[in-house]
Design a protein around this ligand. Structure first.
Ligand code: SAM
Ligand code: SF4
Length: 317
């Protein structure tokens, strides 16, 4: 359906859990988030009902996210049921990949078509630092398992952080020569007060162009990333600039959190609850949420944090 500004909304990001096996500094507080009561969270049946309601309004693309979606016990079954909802053309998943060695093949078999893997660094110590609990070798095993499972597309997402991984943009971009993947750099979004990154961490994606002058421009695929490529590479380099050049005018998405709140805008605090509603109620709720999408969110900067009112693991990115 069209929102109040004539934007076609056809993309739903469904967060299936706010829990995660990592604690990335920009996403989650060190101690994790307060666990909500089981009865406050959407059941699998409610998630699928919500996907049906959204599909009846013209949502065709579904991305499963979290928290870490692969820690959800019934993730394969959720993906299978979602992929079978009439009108849903594409189910994709965003993951830290650490559990992909066990789950890549079952997820592919369940109908997941594309996978985005979050990987900010290729240095074991830096990976342990940024994720607070993770192991790079486990994430790389997950990447290999994902590539072996035959998904239609695999993308690697790296959050670009000044003073942390801006010296690695060349090495990360070179993954497009080693593997059939796209690598996308995403500007760090100021979500958490206590994330510990100073002003210098918030650098624009154009830094990548200065660091890798040999990147050549590639035609846009209609997504939010500006696309480039290295000669001889198997995939593209994408630059996603939610801070320096937000893309609200072309926004085509809504989000549903694991506790049943539709968020019309990532960086605004408006929320519409579908918890406990029947199909007609959920459809009506999605309609209201889509019509309430703001034209744009307030600008983001180091001194002007997101108005989301939640940490990223509670939304889904
Ligand atoms: N756990 C999964 C993962 O990490 O891919 C899915 C959920 S995670 C919240 C989704 C995406 O949000 C990840 O690519 C992560 O890097 C990104 N993200 C989280 N906090 C962010 C922030 N403050 N700025 C930019 N990206 C962020
Ligand atoms: Fe977990 Fe993903 Fe957030 Fe990292 S970015 S803490 S992997 S939800």
């Amino acid at each position: 359906m069209l929102d109040a500004y004539g934007r076609k909304i056809n993309y739903l990001r469904l967060s299936v859990t706010q829990l995660c096996n990592l604690r990335c500094r920009y996403c989650m507080p060190a101690g994790g988030v307060l666990k909500k009561r089981h009865d406050e969270m959407l059941t699998q049946e409610e998630m699928i009902r919500a996907v049906k309601a959204a599909a009846s309004l013209g949502i065709t693309k579904l991305r499963i996210t979290g928290g870490e979606p692969l820690v959800k016990r019934n993730i394969v079954s959720i993906c299978r049921e979602a992929a079978n909802v009439a009108g849903i053309d594409e189910v994709c998943i965003t993951t830290n990949a650490t559990l992909m060695p066990e789950l890549a093949a079952p997820l592919r078999e369940a109908g997941v078509r594309r996978v985005n893997i979050s990987l900010d660094t290729l240095d074991e110590k830096k990976y342990a630092f940024i994720t607070r609990t993770g192991s790079l070798s486990q994430a790389l095993k997950g990447l290999e398992a994902t590539l072996d499972a035959g998904f239609e597309k695999v993308k690697i997402n790296a959050v670009l952080i000044g003073g942390f991984n801006d010296d690695e943009v060349g090495a990360l971009a070179a993954l497009t020569k080693e593997y059939p993947v796209d690598v996308r750099f995403i500007e760090l979004m100021p979500m958490l007060d206590e994330c510990g990154f100073g002003k210098d961490a918030y650098i624009p994606c154009d830094t990548v162009l200065r660091r890798i002058p040999e990147l050549r421009k590639v035609a846009s695929d209609g997504g939010v990333a500006r696309l480039y490529a290295l000669d001889g590479a198997m995939g593209n380099i994408g630059l996603i600039s939610p801070v320096s050049d937000h893309f609200c005018a072309g926004c085509n998405r809504v989000r549903l959190t694991a506790d049943g709140k539709i968020k019309p805008c990532l960086h605004s605090n408006g929320e519409y609850s579908v918890k406990g509603l029947d199909l007609a109620g959920m459809r009506e709720c999605f309609e209201r949420a889509i019509l309430a999408k703001p034209a744009a969110h307030s600008p983001l900067s180091f001194s002007r944090h997101s108005g989301a009112g939640r940490s990223m693991n509670q939304i889904g990115g």
